[in-house]
Design a protein around this ligand. Structure first.
Ligand SMILES: Cc1cc2nc3c(=O)[nH]c(=O)nc-3n(C[C@H](O)[C@H](O)[C@H](O)COP(=O)(O)OP(=O)(O)OC[C@H]3O[C@@H](n4cnc5c(N)ncnc54)[C@H](O)[C@@H]3O)c2cc1C
Length: 598
C-alpha cells in the first residue's frame, strides 16, 4: 500500500493545537511563517512518499546485514539517504549557527512523522541523529560543536545513543563501560553496548556515537556516569576525517520488525585504543543524556502516531475495495464493500479518531518544547517547560501503545489478508511493537509520570493543565455538536483529577499502591488529553465552518471524529478510576511459584 502524507490534517493540528502561527513573533523562530510551514510539509510529504516509502517493504524483506564488522543496508537505502542529505531534511530544527534552519521542533516533528510513516526503520537513523544534535547543542563545548555539529546537521554524519548494556537496560545506572582520562585530555573507552540503533551502516561517511561510561573513581549509580563523543573515524582539527577509531559493531540482532534498522552490539577498545571526548563535566552524563532522551521520547511517541496513520491508510483503502457479505439487516443477499459494514466502520472510526488524538498530543508536547526554548517571559518559559516535561511520558507511552493497538486493529480490518505479509499490514504491526519498549519502557514512563512529573514544582504543572481543560470544557456551549462533548469531558477530567490526587497522596509504604496503578493511570491521562485536544479541534473547525473558511468536508469530519472519540473512547478513562486506585494487594497476592501451574 502506498503512503500519502496527511498534510491538511497536519496543518490543522499545527495551527489549532501547536498554535504555530504565533511562533514567527519569537525571534528564535522568525522564519516559521505560514507559507514556509506549508511549503515544507508539502515537499517533505512528497519526499517521504516518493523516496522513503518505496523502500519500506524492501527494507523489511532484506533487512540490514552484517559481515565482519561491516553493516550493509538493502539496495536503494544509500541513494535515498543521499537524497535526504542533499534536500537538507535533517537540518530543519537545528540552530542556524551550525547550518540548521532554526525552525520549530514541532515542524520538524511533523516532517519526521511523514518520514516515519513512510519507512519507520529508515527514519530511526535521522531520529537518533536529531537527538545527538540536540544533546551536543546544549552540552558540548564550542570547539566540539564546531567539529561535529555542522556535518551532523547536514546529515553527512549520523549520530547514535549508547546507553544499554546486558545488565543495564531500564536501570542505566548499572552500566559498566569504562572511561579513563589520558594526559592529552582525551579518554580511553573500554566496554560494550547492546541494541545500538544504526550503530554501524554504510549510508554516511562517519558515525558520531554518544556513549555513557564510568570513570574509575566514579560513584555508583547514575551520578557516576559521564558522556563521551566516540567518533567512528577521528575528526581532525580542520574537520577532515582521520584514523579509524577502535569502536566496532560485532553483530546485529535478528528481530520482530524494523529490519532495515541495524540494531548493533558495539565493542569499544577491543583492539588498540578507543578514543572518547568528554561532553560537559565528569559525572554529568545523565543530565546530557536526558536532553537527548526527552527529545527522543517525543519522537518515539511520534512513531506511534506515524505507524497508526500508515496502518489506517492501508485499512481504509482495503475496506473501500474488498467486497464481502451482505449488509446486516439489509434487504438483499448482495455482497457489499466491507467499508459498508458497521463493525468495519467502528474499527475505522477508532483508527481515525485515535490517530488524530495521539497526533494532537504529540504536536502539543513538541510545541511546548519550542515555547520553553523561545519564550522570553520567564514565567511563561517555566510553564512551557513544565508542561513539556509532564506530557513527555504520556506522549511516549500512550502514543506508542496506540501505535501497536491501531496497527493490530488495521490487520483486523484486512481479515486474513492482514495476517499474510503481502498487504504490508503485518509489517506495520511488527514495526510498531518496539516503540513501547525502547527509549525507556512504557512501564518506566508510567513510573516517571507519577514519581517525577506529577510532583514537579509542587504539582503546579498538572494543576494548571487540568485547570485549562476545565476552563475549556466550561466554555463549551450546552447544546449542538459541541455541547454533546461537554459531559464526557467533564466526567473524564473529574476521574483523572481524583486519580491524580490519590496518586500524589501515596508516599512511604503506600508508594507501591501508586506504582501498581501507574500504567493504567498514564493511559487514563492520555485518553483524557486526547478527548480534550480533539474537542479543541472541533471548536476550531466549527469556527471555520461558521466563517466559511477552509475545506468544509474536512472540517465537518473533525467534529465527527471528536464526537466519536468523546462518546466511544473517553468513557474508558472514567471506568479506569477504580482499577487505578485499587492498590497493589492483588498484584502481589500470588507467590512467584503460583504463576505457573504444572
Ligand atoms: C530494537 C531496539 C533498539 C534499541 N535501540 C537502543 C539504542 O539506540 N540505544 C540504547 O542505548 N538502547 C537501545 N535499546 C535498548 C532499550 O532501550 C532497552 O531494551 C529498554 O530500555 C529496556 O531494557 P531491557 O531490554 O534491559 O529490559 P529490562 O530493563 O530488563 O525490562 C524488562 C521488563 O521489566 C520492567 N522493569 C524494569 N525495571 C523496572 C522497574 N524499576 N519498575 C517496574 N518495571 C521495571 C520493564 O518495564 C520491562 O517490562 C534498543 C532496544 C531494541 C530492542
Amino acid at each position: 500500500m502506498s503512503y500519502q502524507a496527511p498534510i491538511k490534517e497536519q496543518q490543522f493540528v499545527l495551527e489549532t493545537i501547536a498554535c504555530i502561527n504565533d511562533f514567527a513573533v519569537f525571534p528564535a523562530f522568525e522564519n516559521a511563517t505560514p507559507d514556509v510551514v506549508d511549503a515544507i510539509l508539502s515537499e517533505a510529504g512528497k519526499f517521504s512518499a516518493g523516496v522513503f516509502a518505496p523502500l519500506n517493504k524492501v527494507g523489511d524483506r532484506h533487512g540490514a546485514t552484517w559481515s565482519d564488522g561491516v553493516v550493509t543496508l538493502p539496495e536503494g537505502f544509500q541513494a535515498a539517504y543521499k537524497q535526504y542529505v542533499d534536500n537538507g531534511w535533517g537540518s530543519l530544527g537545528a540552530d542556524t549557527v551550525h547550518g540548521g534552519q532554526g525552525l520549530p521542533f514541532v515542524l520538524a516533528t511533523a516532517v519526521q512523522e511523514q518520514m516515519t510513516s513512510a519507512n519507520m526503520a529508515f527514519s530511526l537513523c535521522s531520529m537518533l541523529t536529531l537527538g545527538a544534535i540536540e544533546a551536543l547543542q546544549v552540552h558540548a563545548s564550542d570547539e566540539q560543536k564546531k567539529l561535529y555539529l555542522t556535518k551532523l546537521v547536514t546529515g553527512e554524519w549520523t549520530g547514535t545513543m549508547n546507553l544499554t548494556e546486558p545488565q543495564a537496560g531500564s536501570d542505566v545506572g548499572a552500566l559498566r563501560t569504562k572511561a579513563e582520562a589520558q594526559a592529552d585530555g582525551t579518554y580511553r573507552i573500554n566496554g560494550s553496548k547492546i541494541y545500538i540503533t544504526w550503530g554501524e551502516h554504510d549510508c554516511a561517511e562517519n558515525i558520531i556515537h554518544l556513549v555513557l561510561a564510568r570513570l574509575p573513581d566514579a560513584p555508583p549509580g547514575t551520578k557516576g556516569i559521564s558522556l563521551f563523543i566516540v567518533p567512528k573515524f577521528i575528526v581532525n582539527s580542520d574537520s577532515t576525517i582521520g584514523a579509524r577509531n577502535d569502536v566496532r559493531c560485532v553483530s546485529i540482532e535478528h528481530k520482530l520488525g524494523i529490519h532495515a534498522s541495524p540494531t548493533c552490539t558495539m565493542s569499544f577498545g577491543d583492539n588498540h585504543a578507543c578514543i572518547g571526548y568528554l561532553v560537559g563535566a565528569e559525572g554529568a552524563g545523565m543530565r546530557a543524556m536526558f536532553t537527548m532522551m526527552n527529545h527522543a521520547r517525543i519522537n518515539v511517541g511520534l512513531q506511534g502516531v506515524a505507524i497508526a496513520e500508515r496502518a489506517m491508510q492501508g485499512a481504509v483503502l482495503y475496506a473501500k475495495d474488498r467486497v464481502q457479505s451482505a449488509k446486516f439487516g439489509g434487504p438483499g443477499r448482495e455482497a457489499v464493500r466491507i467499508i459498508e459494514h458497521v463493525d468495519v466502520r467502528r474499527m475505522l472510526m477508532i483508527l481515525r479518531s485515535t490517530t488524530e488524538a495521539i497526533r494532537a498530543l504529540t504536536y502539543l508536547n513538541a510545541a511546548c518544547v519550542d515555547r520553553a526554548h523561545a519564550e522570553t517571559d520567564p514565567d511563561k518559559q517555566k510553564a512551557a517547560h513544565g508542561l513539556a516535561d509532564l506530557l513527555t511520558p504520556v506522549t511516549k507511552a500512550y502514543a506508542t501503545d496506540m501505535g501497536v493497538e491501531m496497527s493490530a486493529l488495521a490487520i483486523q480490518v484486512f481479515g486474513g489478508m492482514g495476517y499474510v505479509e503481502e498487504t504490508g499490514a503485518a509489517q506495520h504491526y511488527r514495526d510498531a511493537r518496539i516503540a513501547p519498549i525502547y527509549e525507556g519502557t512504557n512501564g518506566i514512563q508510567a513510573l516517571d509520570l507519577i514519581g517525577r512529573k506529577l510532583p514537579m514544582d509542587g504539582g503546579v504543572h498538572w494543576r494548571n493543565l487540568f485547570s485549562d481543560v476545565r476552563s475549556f470544557t466550561n466554555s463549551l456551549p450546552k447544546s449542538g455538536d459541541l455541547g454533546l462533548l461537554k459531559p464526557y469531558l467533564e466526567d473524564a477530567l473529574e476521574a483523572l483529577n481524583t486519580a491524580t490526587v490519590w496518586m500524589v497522596g501515596n508516599d512511604g509504604p503506600d508508594a507501591n499502591d501508586s506504582a501498581a496503578g501507574a500504567s493504567l493511570y498514564l493511559r487514563m491521562f492520555g485518553i483524557t488529553m486526547g478527548g480534550w485536544l480533539l474537542a479543541k479541534q472541533a471548536v476550531a473547525a466549527q469556527d471555520k465552518l461558521a466563517a466559511a473558511e477552509g475545506d468544509q468536508s474536512f472540517l465537518k469530519a473533525k467534529i465527527i471524529t471528536a464526537r466519536f472519540f468523546c462518546e466511544q473512547i473517553l468513557p474508558q478513562a472514567v471506568a479506569m478510576l477504580g482499577p487505578v486506585t485499587r492498590g497493589d494487594s492483588l498484584m502481589m497476592a500470588l507467590s512467584d511459584e503460583q504463576f505457573l501451574v504444572a
